[in-house]
Design a protein around this ligand. Structure first.
Ligand SMILES: [Zn+2]
Length: 173
């Protein structure tokens, strides 16, 4: 409590800092992670400031950054996530915060795996899912079983290992 009073008396503290102090009771839900930006305000050069769970703005002129990322410390590891599950950059606070909430939910449900949020891993998963579609497509064209089996074994032997490091976008072309 004395620490808290000392905190309250510190003139440098902003309203936001005090608010987050009061928000300590989270009802057992994970409040891990933060939305951040690497940018400084392009107009006045000030550092952007987060209004927790709401926005990140320049306190001087009210501008917003163009890109955001998530900073999450979980199980002794620091994660920085700068894209959403569709591979889009986090270009708004809302988009970033929505992703953070999803991660927190996963943490709450004990099913958090950072691989689910890393673009490379997500792409690999997509690539992996494209092949069955491709096979089905071949089947629907009435190609022979022999041809299809050949294709499947090709995929297993050559394509999958090779495409592990390529994105799904490269394959569609
Ligand atoms: Zn500014």
């Amino acid at each position: 409590m004395r620490g808290f009073q000392r905190k309250m008396m510190n003139d440098d503290l902003t309203i936001n800092d005090n608010l987050s102090y009061f928000k300590a009771d989270d009802g057992g839900l994970s409040m891990k992670g933060k939305v951040r930006t690497r940018e400084k305000c392009p107009k006045c050069g000030a550092g952007f400031k987060e209004i927790p769970e709401t926005d990140i703005i320049c306190p001087e002129c009210g501008r917003r950054p163009k890109t955001f990322y998530l900073d999450l410390y979980h199980q002794q590891t620091k994660h920085k996530i700068s894209r959403d599950l569709d591979g889009n950059i986090l270009d708004s606070y809302k988009r970033a915060y929505r992703l953070l909430e999803r991660m927190r939910k996963d943490i709450d449900d004990f099913r958090f795996d950072v691989k689910d949020y890393l673009p490379k891993e997500i792409e690999q998963f997509r690539v992996y899912n494209l092949f069955p579609k491709w096979i089905n497509n071949k089947k629907s064209k009435g190609l022979s079983q022999v041809h299809i089996h050949k294709t499947e074994s090709y995929i297993k032997t050559y394509y999958l290992p090779f495409f592990q490091n390529l994105s799904a976008r490269d394959i569609r072309t």
